[in-house]
Design a protein around this ligand. Sequence first.
Ligand code: FPP
Length: 240
Amino acid sequence: MSRSPHLALIMDGNGRWARQRGLPRTAGHREGAKAVREVVESAVRLGVGTLTLYAFSCDNWQRPRTEVRALMALLRRFLSEETPTCLRHGVRVQVIGHRHRLSPAVRKAIEACEEATGSGRAMTLRLAIDYSSRAQLAKAARSVVHGFPEELERALRLTNHPLDSAPPVDLLVRTSGEKRLSDFLLWECAYAELHFVDTLWPDFGEADLEEALRELGRRRRRFGRVEDAPASRDEPARVG
Ligand code: FPP
């Protein structure tokens, strides 16, 4: 049995996009949010099963306060304004990462969007907010010590969702020419194909997504086996 691919995106380059135009960094993030809207709709059209976006890392709290505030406002707006679109396209939204440091308004927007879109089956959109893969893995390790098997299970899936069953990442894309994982989905990317593109995130669109999926289709994925071994049940369908 094959499944639709899990695509993970590190959306990098908003700041450089803005600097190139003499604009404040926050203008780059605003434009980045527009690219997110386009990419989510394209991903549904192109048959992506799960799309995980790195929206805000735990380390991003160290950015200037105005930038953090602008990012949080964009996330909150995205969650409330995109809920109807997600519903229309059958997109289920889930947020992974810590929640306790987010403002009540952002938490409320997350809960409302997750609740409203919970029955979407066309694609799962996971937004990583206040997210750190190492923190999740450390949490998993701690739950072993304390003997909480269910919590361990949840932590290894790197999510707060008891019902979430995100498959492993098939393709990880990072924009802007940087080639790092930056503490993103380290466990889930164990066998992910990596694709680095020079495009700055605000310029990333449907054509780039199609090219990334074509690239996934060209990769020879062996999962540690030899070429002619039977395919795993968990292997994704080819797209694009
Ligand atoms: C990295 O670019 C980008 C981020 C830390 C934030 C990503 C946020 C968005 C794309 C917009 C809001 C998200 C959603 C889901 C609505 P950078 O600022 O580090 O760019 P630079 O490396 O060029 O400075």
